[in-house]
Design a protein around this ligand. Structure first.
Ligand code: FRU
Length: 482
């Protein structure tokens, strides 16, 4: 696209791949992220959506169905293999969701402090528009997981009927805080896994035999600890195999740059302006704005053994220093484009975690390169792949508050977008014009190639597919593939 007057040009990224063990960290720069505003329409009526329809999630109706009457449902993932294929097991589709009791006296925004991993199943040949997901209950026996709260992760089918559940073991120390929904002693966070078994018969799917192992805690060098910042993030493990490095298993996760909160200083690379760009900010300007408080990254780790019980940290593959504080639920999606494997890194982020001077919607962001570690090119030049309808000319409202003023009532309609095979994107409903969610969104579809993404509005009804549509693409019978 032609440059927008008044905005800096995005950083030049080569997409070149580096050894996963090397210390090259790609930057999502201020120059890149400022393309979000450069591409936003300044002339829309207040409260409309100012972003291109190509990067805007279609509007979710206010009268969306409730997926389950007993539990709120948010972050969700499928049973997969190491290539992010979604597995039908003995004729069932199986999904895992963070869940919290709807009737325990706390509200939807207090879900994080009460989160457990639950699971749902339905027959693979069910009609996704009509047949409900059956709730199977909590995945782990009460009190058996590491930590006292279970946050997001991913689940892989291993040999036979073994499954590995990678999850975030969050430990809150302060009961009052749990009940009040935050503000107390910072929680501990570890990445953990549980190895167990999946079973299925004519009636249902169930799990047993989970053995839990703690895998990783932040090191304070590459990945920030809670001592360094009570608001740190260390969570959301997603494991995968890389065809370029056969025999290895990698994990991406959400982290923050190591070091004490407030000590980081933005660098020229974090800004990423081209030489002589008349619209560039100066380093002093950016540092005096306090933008250095925002230090999100996407971490990488490699398994040291076949059982996936021992892992080593590698340097982050992406940093958002001085751009955004949270790059959550990262995933690697490998797609063959014209005979070449392209690596898409997708990660979700919020309006309220942007650094001073930066602005973008809640949604999913994407980056493409030639390897797991590469000089990632942000999709659409900005990084934004799919945002909730938002008027970026107006300030964001409080994420969990009622929508007030002129802002688009769908700015927090959905979150925790997860890109599935064929570009199907699932997410959960948060707030549609003040109607709170806690249920899965209609699945939407994005087409992406050459670093350009586009919402497919011919999919479903005006771009909205079935609610909670997480179809499987590989069938496994328990004894192997069929
Ligand atoms: C995203 C998220 C994840 C975390 C979970 C906690 O919605 O913030 O990063 O694991 O929610 O509820």
């Amino acid at each position: 696209p032609a440059p927008t007057p008044g905005f800096p040009l995005p950083t030049e990224h080569t997409q070149e791949a580096f050894d996963p063990a090397s210390d090259f960290t790609s930057k999502w720069t201020r120059a890149d992220a400022s393309q979000i505003m450069a591409q936003s329409d300044t002339t829309v009526a207040p409260g409309q959506n100012s972003m291109s329809p190509d990067v805007t999630m279609p509007e979710i109706p206010e009268d969306f169905p409730t997926m389950n009457e007993d539990v709120w449902v948010w972050d969700t993932w499928s049973l997969t293999d190491e290539h992010a294929n979604q597995i039908s097991y003995k004729g069932y589709d199986v999904i895992f969701s963070l869940v919290a009791d709807r009737h325990a006296g706390y509200n939807f925004d207090q879900r994080h402090w009460n989160a457990r991993i639950g699971f749902f199943f339905r027959k693979t040949n069910a009609d996704p528009a009509k047949d409900k997901w059956n709730y199977g209950g909590h995945l782990f026996v009460d009190g058996s997981s590491i930590g006292n709260t279970e946050w997001s992760g991913s689940t892989r089918l291993m040999q036979g009927n073994h499954v590995n559940v990678f999850y975030t073991a969050t430990t809150f120390h302060d009961v009052a805080e749990r009940n009040a929904g935050g503000g107390g002693i910072a929680p501990d966070a570890a990445i953990a896994k549980a190895l167990g078994n999946i079973h299925a018969n004519e009636e249902r799917v169930w799990f047993d035999g989970f053995e839990h192992t703690k895998l990783l805690e932040p090191d304070g060098e590459m990945y920030q600890t809670k001592e360094q910042n009570p608001g740190f993030a260390f969570r959301d493990p997603f494991t995968f195999a890389d065809p370029a490095h056969p025999g290895k298993t990698f994990m991406v996760f959400e982290g923050n740059t190591g070091g004490n909160r407030g000590e980081y200083q933005c660098t020229e690379e974090d800004l990423g302006y081209r030489e002589g760009d008349a619209n560039a900010e100066s380093l002093d300007e950016v540092n005096s704005s306090g933008a250095y408080y925002q230090t999100g990254n996407v971490g990488l780790a490699v398994a040291d053994n076949k059982d996936l019980t021992k892992w080593s940290f590698l340097p982050p593959i992406l940093s958002a220093n001085c751009v955004n504080d949270q790059t959550e639920r990262p995933q690697i999606f490998i797609q063959n484009e014209d005979g070449k494997n392209k690596y898409y890194l997708y990660t979700i982020s919020h309006q309220f975690t942007y650094a001073a001077g930066m602005r973008g919607p809640d949604g999913v962001y994407g980056f493409v390169g030639d390897g797991v570690r590469s000089d990632y090119q942000p999709v659409n030049n900005s990084g934004l792949a799919l945002g909730s309808p938002t008027d970026l000319n107006l300030p964001a409202n409080n994420p969990s508050g009622t929508i007030s003023g002129q802002q688009n009532g769908r700015q927090f309609q959905a979150y925790s977008h997860y890109v599935q095979p064929n570009g199907l994107v699932q997410s959960f409903i948060d707030n549609v014009n003040g109607v709170r969610g806690g249920s899965l969104s209609p699945t939407v579809k994005i087409n992406f190639k050459n670093g350009i993404t586009q919402v497919d509005r011919s999919f479903g009804q005006n771009g909205l597919g079935p609610f909670g549509y997480l179809p499987t693409n590989v069938k496994v019978g328990g004894e192997g593939l069929y």
